[in-house]
Write a protein of this length. Structure first.
Length: 199
């Protein structure tokens, strides 16, 4: 009898373990109206960035991009930098997310005078939470910053996707076909629609 109970318990444990593994590898597919994911990640200052401190308090733009100091990503970041005062006036917060480290982000911000937070998703967990596709392999970018050559290495590279989180803490917009240089302008249009209540 004891042997039967033990075997049953082992079977139940194995089934539960399989379910956990299956759910852990299940692809996330966020839709407009879904609650924004919960996570914690380091920002470019090396401090923890938590959604509960931002989501639901204002409109938050969360844009994923492949890498610091690359052509398209630099155009995207600089466009958000230039449009940031207008977005801020509308009560909008902007955060960029890539697999780069906080140290890489600091160099990127310094090189281009970026005026918003960058999140260091070094293990790809934030991208996974949003369902953003990633590749996991080491890649490096060489850049000259203040006359000094720097090598920025990352181990996770995300696709270029942009989300807007509404003041209700839910996904208000999801763009999986982002044009880097035009992303901030597209976001301005999304914000205008949200402000009019046309979601």
């Amino acid at each position: 009898m004891l042997k039967f109970v033990a075997c049953s318990l082992v079977s139940v444990f194995m089934m539960n373990a399989s379910a956990v593994i299956a759910s852990a590898t299940e692809k996330v597919d966020l839709k407009v109206g879904d609650p924004a994911p919960v996570f914690e990640v380091e920002d470019d200052k090396g401090e923890p960035w938590r959604p509960q401190d931002h989501f639901g308090k204002k409109i938050v733009v969360v844009y994923f991009y492949p890498a610091d100091m690359t052509g398209g990503c630099t155009k995207q970041a600089c466009a958000f930098r230039d449009d940031f005062p207008k977005l801020e006036d509308e009560g909008v917060e902007v955060v960029g997310v890539s697999g780069d480290s906080a140290a890489n982000h600091r160099l990127f911000k310094k090189a281009h005078n970026l005026n918003f937070a960058l999140l260091a998703d070094v293990d790809g967990k934030v991208a996974d939470a949003f369902g953003v596709p990633v590749t996991r392999e080491e890649k490096s970018v060489k850049a000259t910053i203040d006359g000094k050559e720097e090598v920025l290495t990352r181990h996770v590279t995300a696709k270029r996707w942009t989300f807007v989180i509404g003041t209700d803490g839910r996904i208000a917009s999801k763009n999986t076909s982002v044009v880097a240089a035009d992303d901030s302008k597209a976001i301005m249009e999304v914000i205008a629609r949200l402000k009019k209540g046309d979601k």
